[in-house]
Design a protein around this ligand. Structure first.
Ligand code: C2E
Ligand code: CA
Length: 977
């Protein structure tokens, strides 16, 4: 029943072909008979039989289903067998051929058709042989003697037909041979016996010519035929059903009301790994014992009892290859239950994996500090995680966002670079997207996000999607910024320091060179005389002034400009965008005006001004340092041109700046090699005109050119070279002076003055240096006069005063240089350890001016009050000399008497022991005199009597200050008067 015999399968041939094929088969058969000449007597009957057979065959078989089971007896058997029993084997063969041809006509494939015809012929021939051999007779039936021969013939027909269909036809059609054919034949034999019985009845009716019985017989025969056809139909349906069942991927079994398995399809053999033989006829828990531990048996029992279906969507069953997941449906059916088994192990695994990965993803998303995003480029959809949403302040469950929702939030300054980064990655230029940008939070603030992404590419390398993460780095970059700015911010003023300013300037220069930004300017600002404020008013005031200046400078800036403190009293500005150069000029003026207003610091008014250097953007600049350098040069120029002004950089300044650099280098070398000289300017007694002492002045010849001390002394101070240089000058001057005292005693030299800068005085061991120089030279300490400036005294008054007192205690005297030009309050002068004042040459010069202020008189009066000596500087004419003398000044120096002289020239002068100063008015002084006649009506200058008119050494007057009752002080002018 479970085997389909391919050879017995026939296709329904088309109805319209039936009459044609029937006629053709009949005519063909008749022709064959005619040609064989057999038998002329019965030819009419034969033709009639053949035509009848063909028609019957065609009619009967035509109504048959397309598929037959091997057990079913073909209806052609009745016709063929009738022909055999009535007309004998030859006629029967002809009828069988005609029948077979009729049935196979229209068969598309020749091989099965021929096999079918051959099978029919072989079957009827062997049946005929069996019939005649066992004593069968033609045309009548003698019961019971003929039963054996008829039965044997039918059985032989059955065997040959099924055997041939199971073996020969499959061989011809390349199909598997069915070795169970004998069993099938045995099972089919009852049908053939039944068919043979019908034939015997027909034969006997014909034999007895009992035509009257025919209608009686025809009715049951018809019903028999109908039932048989129905039976075949049912078989066919079952067969088809089974075929379907077998072809199912789903497992299927049927369990009858007794719990026995009656159907077990191929798929189920595979799924439960249980062969059909083990299952059929047994309870399911015997066939598959593992089911006994499940609720399946109970479910089946319930379905049988209650007739209700039951489904197990995920029926888990252990198996040798791992756990199986099955979908099992128990469907109540007639006489039992049908069970459908669907192996969903793979699907369940895939679902499980999917679920797991979704869970994992959800967990990672929930646990991740980063926001995740996926952008479908084709569909323009952006999927973002809940964290992403919360990072920008959106509710976690809000609807999906569009790509625009992201980009619209990006800071305007960052959007271009973000788009560029995305384009670069999508076009394959970069391996990943990595970009830091600011994104607007719902609360309106901007947060800084670091965005990572990777594109998913299709076969043509085109990006279809891009996905990644978003990290909030706001706090990190704020902290970084704070760290940076801690180092980048000036502690005192809160302004940027040099490093960030240079970086900013560098970026601005790069933008300018790449034509991304317009013109800009850099301003270098240096406060004028800040050092004086710092030294005289103290560092506290200096610091406060710097802070106040910073705020004023900031107030002069425009939006987008940058300010920094480069160090000390130096500031820099970056004017970020300039329409024209005039704007920089205007801002420089604005700064000057702002600084002009006095600052109120610590209850007092402090004045300051600034020198400003300006330089403009130019493509020849290679780095920001060059810009700052040039602005610095311009600032120096502004200082040199009189301070409190600004200058725009030009090329000459550059060379001057370079010169300064060279000067510094050369100065270092000169100090190392003590490549200096000391010149000596005579100090003259105004009464005698004789040289009573010298001021030591350092000289430096650089590349054959003399460099003025005013130019290199400040540089030496800045570079910290003044200490070694000053020590050398001091020792050299002391040595020389002591030597002269010994060699030129007639000159009665009283003093040597040496200039001392603040830094020198503040040296820890300055007293020791002075003591050493004096002792080394073996001179009297009182002959050494140290010249210090007012600012030295005012900067750190207590320290300076202390140092000076120690020096005085040692015996040396202190002169206050450039007196009257500084900030010292004259009222404090009496508290200072000063032995003499040097009247600055600017006051001496002013002596010749009409309406001159009475400052020289004031200084001399003060000196008298304080019992302090006075030396006038820069006397250039005899008029000045006479006027000073008239006012009571006893000592002076200046070109009128002598310029500073080299050691040799000074020795020459000492050796000549002559009076200094013109006896008569010089060309220059005469001109001055002409102008000032009105004011100086006194007689032409004449040296007093105690002067040595012939200039003989030692003849000059000895200034009273030396060793007198005033403690070595230059006597006050009043006493001399
Ligand atoms: P100073 O202390 O005021 O020195 C006097 C300056 O006036 C000298 O300039 C001198 O040459 C100049 N001078 C003298 N007579 C006249 C005159 O009749 N008319 C004019 N116009 N000038 C006259 P010098 O030598 O160029 O020195 C300039 C300054 O350099 C000095 O000013 C002093 O402050 C400083 N200096 C010179 N040598 C030394 C030194 O060895 N150590 C220190 N610390 N400073 C020094
Ligand atoms: Ca001096």
């Amino acid at each position: 029943m479970d085997v389909c015999l391919a050879g017995l399968s026939m296709s329904r041939h088309p109805a319209h072909l039936t009459p044609l094929t029937t006629a053709a088969a009949a005519v063909g058969g008749a022709l064959l008979l005619g040609l064989s000449g057999w038998p002329p007597r019965t030819a009419g009957v034969a033709y009639a039989c053949l035509v009848l057979a063909a028609l019957l065959n065609s009619i009967l078989e035509n109504r048959r289903p397309t598929k037959t089971d091997a057990q079913s007896m073909p209806l052609s058997f009745v016709i063929d067998f009738t022909a055999l029993l009535l007309l004998g084997p030859i006629m029967a063969t002809l009828v069988a051929v005609v029948g077979a041809v009729t049935l196979t006509s229209g068969h598309s494939r020749t091989r099965p058709a021929c096999a079918n015809i051959g099978t029919s012929v072989a079957a009827i021939q062997t049946a005929g042989l069996a019939h005649s051999t066992l004593g069968g007779a033609l045309g009548y039936f003698d019961w019971p003697w003929h039963a054996v021969s008829v039965g044997a013939a039918a059985m032989t027909y059955c065997l040959v037909r099924i055997g041939s269909a199971a073996i020969v036809t499959p061989l011809l059609t390349n199909q598997p041979v069915n070795l169970q054919w004998s069993i099938i034949a045995l099972r089919s034999s009852p049908n053939y016996i039944l068919g043979a019985s019908v034939v015997v009845v027909i034969v006997e009716i014909i034999n007895q010519q009992a035509w009257k019985l025919f209608p009686v017989i025809a009715v049951p025969l018809f019903f028999l035929y109908k039932n048989y056809v129905r039976y075949l139909d049912r078989l066919d349906r079952e067969h088809r059903g089974l075929e379907v069942v077998e072809s199912l991927d789903q497992g299927m079994c049927f369990i009858d009301v007794n719990g026995q398995i009656t159907l077990w399809n191929d798929a189920l053999q595979r799924i439960l790994n249980c062969p059909r033989e083990r299952a059929l006829g047994h309870p399911i828990v015997v066939a598959v014992p593992v089911l006994g531990k499940t609720e399946f048996p109970r479910a089946v029992a319930e379905a049988l009892l209650r007739r209700t279906p039951r489904t197990f969507p995920n029926f888990r069953l252990p198996s040798s290859t791992g756990a199986l997941t099955l979908q099992v449906k128990i469907l109540p059916d007639v006489g039992g239950v049908t069970v459908l088994w669907h192996d969903v192990t793979e699907q369940a695994l895939a679902e499980h994996r999917l679920q797991r990965s979704e869970e994992r993803l959800a967990l990672m998303e929930a646990g991740a500090n980063d926001g995740l995003w996926e952008w479908n480029l084709a569909r323009r959809e952006l999927h973002v995680s809940a964290r992403w949403r919360s990072m920008v302040g959106l509710p976690a469950a809000s609807a999906n966002v569009r790509p625009e929702d992201w980009f619209e939030r990006v800071h305007a300054d960052d959007i271009e670079s973000l788009k560029q980064a995305i384009d670069a990655h999508l076009s394959g230029q970069t391996d990943e997207l990595r970009h830091e940008h600011r994104v607007r939070h719902e609360d309106g603030t901007y947060r800084r996000f670091l965005c990572h992404g990777i594109a998913v590419r299709g076969a043509n390398r085109r990006a279809a999607r891009i996905a990644g993460s978003m990290t909030d780095v706001t706090e990190y970059s704020d902290a970084q910024e704070q760290l940076r700015s801690a180092g980048f911010r000036d502690q005192l003023t809160g302004l940027w320091t040099r490093a960030p300013f240079v970086e900013e300037l560098g970026q601005r220069l790069a933008a300018f060179k790449q034509r991304r930004g317009g013109r800009f300017a850099a301003l270098y600002i240096d406060l004028d005389r800040f050092k004086v404020v710092n030294d005289s008013l103290g560092h506290q005031v200096g610091d406060e002034l710097l802070v106040a200046v910073s705020r004023r400078l900031e107030s002069c800036l425009r939006e987008g400009d940058t300010i920094a403190r480069l160090g000390g009293d130096e500031f820099a500005l970056l004017l970020n965008s300039l329409d024209d150069e005039g704007q920089a000029n205007a801002i420089a003026f604005r700064i000057q005006d702002a600084l002009n207003v006095p600052f109120s610091i610590g209850g007092r008014e402090v004045f300051t001004s600034a020198s400003i250097g300006i330089t403009f953007s130019a493509s020849q600049y290679n780095n920001p340092e060059e810009i700052i350098r040039d602005a610095d040069s311009a600032m120096y120029q502004a200082k040199a041109s009189g301070k409190a002004r600004h200058e725009v950089f030009d090329a000459d300044m550059r060379s001057r700046a370079l010169d300064r650099l060279g000067l510094e280098n050369d100065l270092r070398h000169a100090v190392t090699d003590t490549d200096f000289e000391v010149h000596y300017q005579p100090i003259v007694s105004l009464t005698s005109g004789m040289c009573v002492g010298f001021e030591a002045l350092v000289r430096w010849t650089r590349n054959g050119v003399t460099v003025a001390p005013d130019k290199f002394i400040p540089v030496a101070e800045e570079l910290g070279l003044i200490e070694p240089l000053g020590t050398w000058v001091l020792r050299e001057a002391c040595r020389t002076f002591a030597d002269w005292q010994r060699r030129f005693p007639q000159n009665k030299l009283e003093c040597i003055t040496v200039n001392v800068s603040t830094r020198q005085l503040m040296q820890q061991n300055f007293l020791h240096i002075v003591e050493q120089a004096v002792h080394e030279a073996r001179m009297t300490p009182a002959d050494l006069r140290l010249e210090i400036t007012e600012t030295t005294l005012m900067g750190s008054p207590f320290v300076a005063a202390d140092a000076l007192r120690q020096l005085q205690d040692f015996g040396v005297k202190i002169y206050l240089d450039d007196f009257g030009t500084g900030y010292s309050s004259l009222s404090h002068l009496h508290k200072l350890p000063v032995d003499a004042l040097k009247i600055d040459r600017s006051f001496v010069r002013s002596l010749l001016l009409p309406d001159r202020p009475a400052i020289v008189e004031s200084i001399l009066a003060l000196a008298r009050t304080l019992d302090t000596g006075v030396v006038a500087e820069g006397v250039e004419s005899d008029v000045q000399a006479r006027e000073l003398e008239r006012l009571g000044c006893r000592h002076a120096q200046g070109y009128y008497f002598s310029p500073p002289l080299s050691r040799e020239a000074a020795e020459e002068l000492l050796a000549s022991h002559r009076r200094l100063g013109d006896r008569g008015p010089s060309t220059r002084s005469r001109a001055i005199e002409t102008q000032t006649e009105v004011f100086f009506s006194s007689a032409p200058f004449e040296w007093p009597d105690d002067a040595n008119p012939d200039g003989a050494p030692g003849a000059g007057p000895r200034p009273r200050g030396r060793g007198d009752s005033h403690g070595g002080r230059v006597p006050p002018a009043s006493t001399a008067a």
